[in-house]
Design a protein around this ligand. Structure first.
Ligand code: GUN
Length: 304
């Protein structure tokens, strides 16, 4: 049986480090770091994320500000708000929650955020620094996944890593961070030929495609480490019966609640083949916010 890599426990360790960093600032007479979050529209998932971010900030002593804008906010108004936050010395980190409603250009908004306050690590300047292997604000999810792997002593040098997914939020930056640690990295995606065979080469498999249960046990090399970044809602009983083998509790939860969360990897199957696996929920999910607050502290410390 594989070891479960407990993301919640590691997120708590990261948050404790942030809390101590905030205390250290206060001991020097500096103010608490401040994160400003912009939520445009009423996407229910985004509302939950933004609420969770505010609660996590409160726990570690980071000040959080929320700007809620109507779904039909013009681009010029969003841009003006970003300019105002860029100029505000009391704001250390700026996060524009994605996805933005139709009619708004997310690239325009993200590129407008000052790189020094870009706690998502999505600005081209920060992406360029990552590409060059230089310090900068880096995307939260892959940064936190790297921290989890380091904590569990996963030796990345020379290891064969496959990153499934090529998003700018996870896949591409994760591949660069693994390369920086001397792994041999393949980025696979929906057009990759013979995806199962490519995945089977991986000593470390990072799945970030948003397809529930895509990765079967037979796709995993025996003894591999599996990091499952997907967080998918499954409502369909037939699909659930296929992907939750060895996880009867998931099927019971689906029947009682009408939906259940599932990663991109079939967890029950992976547990029989891999050496270590992140669960969903309780794996990568809690790590993302821990990464965000780590970045907010870093931005505050560097800005003043
Ligand atoms: N929406 C889903 N994930 C993210 C993220 O990491 N950052 C932002 N800004 N929005 C998101």
């Amino acid at each position: 049986m594989a070891t479960i890599l407990d993301g919640k426990a590691h997120a708590d360790r990261m948050l404790e480090a942030v809390r101590q960093g905030v205390e250290a600032r206060k001991a020097k007479g500096l103010r608490a770091p401040c994160l400003a979050v912009v939520l445009v529209g009423e996407d229910p998932a985004s509302q939950v994320y933004v609420r969770n971010k505010a609660a996590a900030c409160a726990k570690v002593g980071i000040t959080s500000i929320e700007h809620k804008l109507a779904a039909d906010t013009p681009q010029a108004e969003l841009d003006a708000l970003i300019d105002q936050m860029n100029a505000d010395p009391g704001v250390d980190g700026i996060l524009v929650q994605l996805p933005l409603p139709k009619g708004l250009d997310s690239k325009e908004a993200l590129h407008r955020i000052s790189p020094a306050k870009d706690v998502d690590g999505f600005h081209p300047m920060n992406q360029g620094l990552l590409l060059e292997g230089l310090p900068g604000l880096r995307p939260c999810t892959p940064t936190a996944c790297m921290s989890l792997l380091a904590h569990h002593g996963v030796e990345l040098k020379g290891l064969r890593a496959v990153v499934l997914g090529r998003s700018e939020i996870v896949g591409k930056p994760m591949a660069l961070m693994l390369l920086e640690k001397h792994a041999t990295v393949t980025i696979a995606h929906s057009r990759t030929r013979d995806l199962p065979a490519v995945c089977r080469e991986a000593d470390l498999l990072v799945a970030a495609v948003g397809r529930p249960g895509l990765v079967e046990g037979s796709w995993i090399k025996p003894g591999a480490v599996v990091v499952d970044v997907g967080i998918n809602r499954v409502e369909d009983e037939a699909l659930a019966a296929q992907i939750f083998t060895g996880e009867p509790k998931k099927l019971v939860a689906l029947r009682t609640k009408g939906a259940v969360l599932c990663g991109d990897v079939r967890f029950g199957e992976a547990m029989l083949v891999a050496s270590a696996v992140t669960p969903v929920p309780g794996g990568v999910g809690p790590l993302t916010i821990a990464g965000l607050l780590t970045n907010t502290l870093m931005a505050a410390d560097q800005n003043r």
